[in-house]
Write a protein that binds this ligand. Sequence first.
Ligand code: GTP
Ligand code: MG
Length: 458
Amino acid sequence: MTFHRFMPASETIVAAATPAGRSALAVVRVDGPLAAQIAQEAFSRRTPLIEKQSTLAIWRNREGEAVDQVVAVLWHAGRSFTGNDSLEVTCHGNPLLVRRITEDCLARGCRLAEPGEFTRRSYLAGRIDLTQAEAVADLIHASSERALASARRMLAGELGRQVAGWTERTLQILAELEAHIDFPEEDLPPEDPSGPAARLHEMVSELSGYAKTARHDGTLRTGLRVAVVGAPNAGKSSLLNVLAGADRAIVSPEAGTTRDYLEAPVAGLPLAVTAIDTAGLRTGGSALENLGMARALEQARGAHLRLLVVDASAEPPALPAELIALLDPARSLIIANKSDLPAHPAQKNFQPELTKLSACLLDGRDAEALRAKLGDFLVAKEIAPGAEDLVVSVRHAEALARAATALSEAANHLKAPIQTELAAAQGRVALDALGEIVGRIDNERMLDKLFASFCIGK
Ligand SMILES: Nc1nc2c(ncn2[C@@H]2O[C@H](COP(=O)(O)OP(=O)(O)OP(=O)(O)O)[C@@H](O)[C@H]2O)c(=O)[nH]1
Ligand SMILES: [Mg+2]
């Protein structure tokens, strides 16, 4: 139950922390025992680096040639992100310069960093726990406001603090159980509302609550797909354009304008959502129309949400049975379009179990309201995480579920006939599972796999 004891790294690593390619600036990171010495040798001695202060200096290679004018910052061991001496060099963003500085560092005794190695060193130094190390990667890859917010909270250590709390409470219960094992004549009050069994149940429900958010882990990473479907001329392409905030798809009064499907990102949502415009669906079309319809149905099947666009000023459409079968009320919305025209009375009875949003899609007048309602629906139906959800990863959820199962078994052992030893054993299983979340359990293979998915320089 101890964190890795910190061993200062013996090797000095180097890597570019910014992507290859031309840019205004690029960053090269150097970490390990040689970092301070390299800083001293590469910069002219007249500009010694003051710790944690950015210094404008000329990087000279081992041959004494000026490579670039850079801004450098040095951190000393114990005060850096990684726990080691650490140097960050911001040079001009030319890949040739980055390469020359990197190669000079290699010549001075560094080796190239592996993917995620800087973050791994930080974790091994005990400066961040495993949930925070993972959050570094999530923060960098987040493609929506909500993904960013969750990663930011994870990086701030929110899950780590929860785990510390559960660990503390489990240890407290274990202590009480040990006392009972040693002095069995002293009664354990298992049914007492403040008794260990009740506290175990309380933790089980907290753990399960956090574990449940992992169902959004994948969608937060990949984004959501929303299929726009409906009869020809209903206004599907108009909806795509309104949601995208751009004139993406051809809109025309001719029925059957859209044949292929067409994707565009939905603007103005805190989630990454892609809308897919599709060919109009109707019964008994031409061979070419049928091909388009097959694609439309395929997109509808694979989407997280279906938006059925209906011309509300006309008679309800006759839609193919394959589409009707896909219209699950928890995964589908009706966009009752053409609200600028008088509504057709028969529309009231059309698919009454589905939520209907009325809109005029001639222009962007209803765009904001539509996006807001779409966002609310996604959260209400738990298709997407809400603003206050801290989304845990599948790895976290798996360990949380194991801990919850063990704690619930422990509570069962505290029912008559009370079996304190078995309860205590389950308590320890839960502690191990909780420890895995923050990385208190040494497991080299798991760490290798985890950090291999990082990019180099992180
Ligand atoms: N009055 C009115 N007309 C609309 C509205 N939205 C779309 N239209 C018109 O309806 C016609 C069809 O719109 P599209 O967006 O091309 O419809 P679609 O469903 O993509 O049609 P297909 O691709 O042919 O299946 C166009 O002439 C639009 O200008 C609306 O809110 N009110
Ligand atoms: Mg269209």
